[in-house]
Design a protein around this ligand. Structure first.
Ligand SMILES: [Zn+2]
Ligand SMILES: [Zn+2]
Length: 125
């Protein structure tokens, strides 16, 4: 038996591939997951966890909305994004200081030339 089926498929607006797509929240342009990386910006809805494909804006809309600042939702996503950056920067700085502090202890904790020499050193003399 032969039959012709009419089925609706989603295709990427950028590369044309028939695949799962995510739509720009502003203009509705749909991009596949590969094009999302280069053709738009994905925003997270949480500072401490990554979103699940929500908050997607194509590059054009992202730039335009960032410039105008007139879109409430885009501004809200950007506020979360900026806090994420802050948290990342803070985390990096914290790690740097943590490593430095630990290295300092590591360098000194086996140092027998400190104020109180270890017991063995005292007994030998
Ligand atoms: Zn694509
Ligand atoms: Zn768009």
């Amino acid at each position: 038996m032969k039959k012709t089926e009419l089925k609706e498929v989603t295709c990427c607006d950028h590369c044309g591939k028939e695949t799962y797509v995510t739509a720009c929240m502003c203009c509705g342009t749909e991009h596949c997951w590969e094009c999302r990386k280069t053709e738009g910006k994905e925003y997270s809805h949480g500072v401490n966890f990554s979103g699940s494909g929500d908050g997607y804006y194509c590059s054009g809309c992202d730039a335009a909305l960032t410039k105008s600042g007139g879109d409430e939702r885009h501004a809200a996503y950007r506020a979360v994004a900026s806090l994420r950056h802050e948290a990342d920067a803070w985390g990096t700085d914290f790690q740097r200081r943590q490593k430095a502090a630990e290295a300092r202890v590591e360098a000194l904790r086996h140092n027998n030339l400190g104020n109180r020499p270890p017991r063995e050193a005292v007994e030998k003399t």
